[in-house]
Design a protein around this ligand. Structure first.
Ligand code: MLC
Ligand code: AMP
Length: 514
């Protein structure tokens, strides 16, 4: 039966013995073997009674099996909901209950803690570890690989990806089959991916970048991936000579450049490096070219929209710009107050429309209306201008968001945890420049009374509530927060005053408290 995403990405490779995933030791998993595995998971989903449209929440380390679960979800029409491996039990509880997940798959080490969460949400709990083993794989091993595909329409949901909100809780971005498919087609074409490509894949697969941009493009082209569990600098340097392409966040590139073992010779076979998810400094771009001769291709996207703009493959890849709108995607700069389109050269917010733009936020029609206009334009919250050559230059954000190493942190969520601690009257959380992560989280606290707040105890509570990447790398006690005449906290003042906290010549080691 027709299932556009499965038919384009997976079905063509069912009988292929071409390499798909290559591990760090060089072991190859062929396309055929990968899809047999996915078919066994699909059979397990059928046995469990999962139906098209049901949600599958997965928090597991990166492995071929975890990627095969994505394929199995597409095959069966089950909506795939991947979750950051850093999320705490407290964070997961919300995602599972809000999504109404019918199946929760987690690492065996977390199954005890998540048992109650699954039960309360009415979800079935299965396990999958970093080696791809666990109760689900055991169950699937006894089953015949399914070749059945669920009928799906282009607008049917394929995935639900949670993004933090500037106010309140995270929102589930509903991605349809065509949202993913249209973007995969466009990028494969634009970046000239072919079956000859070997992509060095060191990104996590619970976000748009590693899951959709990297994996879908490879699948669409029939290429292969050197599939690493995470970004390990030595491993990446060792394996680069075998790759033709790599997709990374800016931290990948700054870490490579900071290592003298990373030489241009290693990149002789490479034809393309791309960067996204956070701003790539022009300085990094230039240093990378000086070292390797390659100009990094920077592109820009968002969970809700997949990729929006890209520098050209052939043509000028300009440092400090994110290129031009993708074919079939409209992007414009508007006045944040009036929504009117601004002339080139003026700074405003980026709005985007096209087949890549999501279907709305899961069960949050009001939030959807706030950000997705009736005419189909989505308000990104990124501030930019279009320069005299039609390239988009991102200059800031119209949203209170910190991006650390490509992960998003909404200050409000961290402030809520800090504010709830004993001895804390109020707090403000801002992002300051960080040499490794681009930006990092700093928390400012005002004490309730005369007593100094217990920063270690506060850091421990933060660790219980929030994923590690959201933790303030430093907590600073202030007598009061800077405010304007309207009483609004001036975060820009804090950002400016503490701008050099981590970038000074004597940069302090990141630490969790003051
Ligand atoms: C890990 N840590 C982080 C962190 N990643 N802290 C802040 N920010 C991050 N991004 C924590 C670790 O838990 C660890 O804590 C400590 O920081 C140092 O860890 P590390 O070993 O240096 O980190 P590492 O594991 O190497 O990870 C860094 C990284 C990784 C940059 C390689 O974060 C990464 O792969 N980022 C990619 C994110 C991504 O794919 N984003 C795409 C979003 S999609 P401790 O306590 O153990 O010291 C999107 C749309 C688009 O944005 O346009 O693409
Ligand atoms: P996410 O919600 O995790 O998908 O993050 C999307 C956000 O990442 C965007 O709204 C931008 O702020 C940021 N982003 C993605 N790519 C780039 C880029 N190339 N340059 C600057 N910011 C980027």
């Amino acid at each position: 039966m027709a299932n556009p995403l499965y038919d384009a990405l997976f079905a063509p490779h069912a009988a292929s013995d071409a390499p798909f995933l290559i591990d760090a030791e060089g072991s190859i998993l062929t396309y055929g073997a990968f899809l047999q595995m996915a078919g066994r998971y699909a059979a397990a989903f059928h046995r469990m009674g999962l139906a098209p449209g049901d949600r599958l929440a997965l928090q597991a380390e990166k492995s071929p099996e975890a990627l095969a679960l994505y394929a199995a979800a597409v095959q069966t029409g089950v909506v795939f909901l991947p979750l950051n491996t850093g999320y705490t039990v407290a964070e997961l509880e919300y995602f599972v209950s809000n999504s109404g997940a019918r199946l929760l798959i987690c690492d065996p080490a977390k199954s005890e803690a998540l048992g109650a969460v699954a039960e309360a949400a009415g979800a079935r709990l299965e396990t999958l570890d970093a080696r791809g083993q666990g109760s689900l794989t055991d169950r699937a091993a006894t089953l015949k690989s399914s070749t059945e595909t669920a009928a799906r329409a282009p607008d049917d949901l394929a995935a639900l990806l949670y993004t933090s909100g500037t106010t309140g809780r995270s929102k589930g971005a509903m991605m349809s089959q065509d949202n993913l498919l249209s973007n995969a087609r466009t990028l494969t074409d634009l970046w000239q991916f072919t079956a000859e490509d070997v992509l060095l894949h060191a990104l996590p697969i619970f976000h748009t970048h590693g899951l959709f941009v990297a994996s879908n493009v490879t699948l669409m082209a029939g290429g292969s991936m050197i599939f690493l569990p995470r970004f390990d600098l030595d491993q990446v340097i060792a394996l680069l000579p075998q790759a033709t392409t790599m997709m990374g966040v800016p931290t990948f590139y700054t870490r490579l450049l900071d290592d003298d073992c990373f030489t241009g010779d290693l990149t002789a076979r490479m034809r393309l490096f791309t960067s996204g998810s956070a701003p790539l400094l022009a300085e990094t771009h230039n240093r990378f070219e000086a070292r390797t001769g390659h100009r990094i291709l920077e592109r820009y996207g968002m969970t809700e929209t997949n990729m929006i703009t890209s520098n050209p493959y052939d043509g000028a890849r300009r440092a400090g710009t994110v290129g031009v709108p993708l074919p079939g995607v409209e992007a414009k700069i508007t006045d944040p107050e009036t929504g009117e389109t601004l002339p080139d050269g003026e700074i405003g917010q980026i709005e985007v429309r096209g087949p890549n733009v999501f279907q709305g936020y899961w069960q949050m029609p009001e939030k959807t209306r706030e950000e997705l206009r009736e005419d189909g334009f989505f308000i990104t919250g990124d501030l930019a201008l279009v320069d005299d050559q039609g390239y988009f230059q991102i200059v800031g954000r119209n949203k209170d968001l910190i991006i650390s190493g490509g992960y998003n942190i909404y200050p409000k969520e961290v402030e809520a945890v800090l504010d709830a601690q004993p001895g804390v009257k109020e707090s403000a959380v801002v992002g300051v420049a960080h040499p490794d992560f681009g930006e990092t989280v700093v928390g400012f606290i005002v004490a309730e009374g005369a007593a100094e707040p217990e920063l270690d105890a506060i850091a421990a509570e933060v660790a219980e509530a929030l994923a590690r990447f959201k933790h303030p790398r430093k907590l600073i006690v202030l007598p009061e927060l800077p405010r304007n005449t309207m009483g609004k906290v001036q975060k820009n003042v804090l950002r400016e005053e503490y701008a050099d906290l981590f970038t000074g010549r004597e940069a302090p080691r990141p630490q969790s408290n003051g």
